[in-house]
Write a protein that binds this ligand. Sequence first.
Ligand SMILES: *[C@@H]1O[C@H](CO)[C@@H](O)[C@H](O)[C@H]1NC(C)=O
Length: 389
Amino acid sequence: MTKLLMSLSLFLLSTFINKSKADTAYNVVQFDAKPDGKTDCTKQFLKTWAATCNSVKAATMFVPKGKYLLKNVVFRGPCKNKVNVRIEGSLIAPSDYRALGSSGYWILFNHINKLAVSGGTLDARGASFWECRASGKSCPVGARSITFNYVNDAVISGLTSINSQLMHIVINSCNNVMVRNVNVVAPDWSPNTDGIHVQGSTGVTISGSSMKTGDDCISIGPGTKNLWMEKIKCGPGHGVSIGSLARDFNEEGVQNVTLINSVFSGSDNGLRIKSWARPSTGFVSNINYKNIVMNNVENPIIIDQNYCPNNQGCPGQTSGTKISQVVYQNVQGTSATRRAMIFDCSPSNPCKGIRLHDIKLTYLNQKAQSYCKNIGGITTGVIMPENCL
Ligand SMILES: *[C@@H]1O[C@H](CO)[C@@H](O)[C@H](O)[C@H]1NC(C)=O
């Protein structure tokens, strides 16, 4: 009996070892990357990536503890097998913001199937870029910190991104991506530093993640389908925003988006849908918000279809974006402004099928107010502020 157990456990042990052996590891330090935070490691990272991506067996690109200075880098696929990027160290951008140039990205993963990126801190050192923009000087377009373009079946977990020049994490034209346990940090005044931006992608899940930043915690662009967000902490930041939509006339819709079990604290917005007052083929449908807590949020619930900064570039002044089937269920807490609920829908395309269930939002322990324009829908349960549907 003991013998049997022993041989069984040996068998289990050996399969475990074989399994970890199957995943060949390529260490950036073995490819001469210097973890001193001063020596440019871009070439060494690219060589490590090439080895990992060309491995016939599933392979890991490993970044041990330490600081690695990186310029713009493209990790391009397709790869021969699954690729795992395991980061224990910090990747830091050059201190001169101009070094990331005008390419629009810092770290870019492109055309990869079956990718896992785990751990790591990305520090884009964006402050001097924000200062350049604030000073009104002419500045480069800036860089997003980490972008996934045409990546399918991916898991991004345990990643921290601080002080990006522009958006922190971008998921564009991807399928089946899990984002888990991600942390975004930038000052509340830093411009355009969205936490996670999803666009043109199907089947993205964002779970257990926290964003403190200067723009949207999560922004959702055209062509987003089947997006699931849970256990999100947002604030400071501009909320979880669908939009801005109707920027272009020919635009894909946003459909089947869920945000559940999430908390907003001191953010400018909570649940926001925003479109330009411009003609568009776009739409927003089947959106579900459930179990949301608001702590001192300026606009806890807002649909704004009349976005037109400086009244420029909005011919006709109404939005073509068609909004329908938006459900708000169990949204509770405090508003930092009297108007806790704003539905400012398009006069040419009124919001349809809006459903409110159990909304309890107060302002300084008083009654808050609501505003409705061009909207149709139903309410059930307690509705505070007063129902204006
Ligand atoms: C909506 O999205 C979820 C994932 O968020 C998915 O499981 C579900 O099948 C989708 N529903 C439809 C009708 O596509």
